[in-house]
Design a protein around this ligand. Structure first.
Ligand SMILES: Cc1cc2nc3c(=O)[nH]c(=O)nc-3n(C[C@H](O)[C@H](O)[C@H](O)COP(=O)(O)O)c2cc1C
Length: 329
């Protein structure tokens, strides 16, 4: 049966979020067309986002993130219950959302907000955020006012008209979630896309000068035929030493890759293209860099593509015995 999670977006002592979620849950369980469960962030304490890689990569290092991912993955759709804090959603809710990606994507979501004026700004921002995550945000929405829907601004007594709005919201969330469950699953990312995403990861890590992220993008036994001597750089530490030299040379570094052409086999792939490092030197001088030919060779190890070999070169002016460094792709 379709499973809908009712997510409480606040955690502070004395919060009203649990009352609102309970009201949604009580109404929802009268329907019988889906199973409804309250998800309380108090039961899933998460630190400030501490994953080294963006959730988009699906690579979660920490047990708490994997446990949270398992929880969210169980649901086909969501009702998010959010108050308005300083014209936005609570940080704890944003943090919980930011921890994951694929577990949210393509799932239906509806919003129940509350605040002085119904929490409209929080709901609007949450809708934008969920749409960015490619969730299917439904149009019907419930907005509860602290003045008129809470007795003494403390105890939830929602106006009768909110029940109709909640029913409409649940109708749409259940329908879309059920469609999503029975639809053909979205095709898995192709290996070519994974290779291109891997190269985007290399570019991001170089520009962030992040050696730890780079370490995870190469195999431990990578053999690099880099542009500078010696003939080969063997092993991840030697490869990272080269990147560390680049990071010391540039204050700010930009890495561009053009015309990347991946060719992908079952568990071996290669991609060739042109690369250029440029940036600003520590004294502020701009360094334009040169275009090089670059080939990246991958092996799929434990289901993940890693660079096991790379080759970087410039053409040789054979008569002059010098590398040609002023060519443009
Ligand atoms: C830090 C903070 C900021 C708030 N900012 C707003 C606001 O910008 N607009 C609003 O309508 N209500 C605001 N409120 C009032 C909350 O919407 C109201 O207290 C609500 O009950 C909070 O949800 P909770 O009880 O589940 O934590 C704020 C409350 C807090 C604690």
């Amino acid at each position: 049966m379709t499973r809908i999670g009712i997510l409480i977006g606040s955690t502070r002592p004395g919060r009203k979020g649990d009352q609102v979620a309970r009201w949604v849950h009580e109404r929802a369980t009268q329907r019988g067309d889906a199973e409804f469960e309250v998800i309380d962030l108090l039961d899933h304490p998460l630190p400030h986002l501490d994953e080294p890689l963006p959730a988009l990569t699906g690579q979660y290092r920490h047990g708490h993130t994997r446990a949270w991912a398992d929880t969210i993955a169980r649901f086909d759709g969501f009702v998010m219950v959010t108050p308005e804090y300083n014209a936005s959603i609570p940080g704890v809710l944003k943090n919980a959302i930011d921890h994951l990606y694929a577990e949210w994507t393509h799932k239906a979501v509806g919003f129940v907000s509350y605040g002085v004026r119904g929490g409209a700004r929080a709901a609007r921002q949450l809708r934008e955020l969920c749409e960015l995550l490619r969730m299917g945000a439904v149009t019907p929405q419930v907005s509860l006012s602290l003045h008129t829907d809470f007795e003494d601004q403390a105890t939830l007594k929602p106006g009768a008209h909110h029940v109709g709005a909640l029913d409409a919201l649940l109708d749409r969330v259940v329908a879309r979630s059920t469609e999503g469950r029975t639809a053909t699953p979205a095709p898995r990312e192709t290996d070519e896309t994974a290779i291109r995403r891997h190269m985007d990861g290399i570019i991001d890590a170089i520009q962030a000068k992040d050696l730890e992220v780079l370490r995870r993008l190469y195999s431990a036994d990578v053999v690099s035929f880099d542009i500078d001597p010696p003939l080969q750089h063997v092993g991840i530490d030697a490869k990272l030493k080269n990147w560390a030299k680049v990071f010391a040379f540039f204050q700010d570094v930009t890495y561009e890759v053009r015309d990347l052409m991946p060719t992908v086999g079952e568990d071996v792939a290669f991609a060739h293209g042109f690369g250029r490092l440029s940036g600003t030197l520590p004294d502020g001088t701009a360094a334009g860099g040169m275009w090089v030919r670059a080939t990246f060779c991958f092996r799929k190890i434990d289901g993940e593509w890693l660079i096991t070999h790379d080759q970087v070169s410039v053409p040789l002016d054979i008569l002059g015995g010098k590398g040609v460094v002023d060519l443009e792709p």
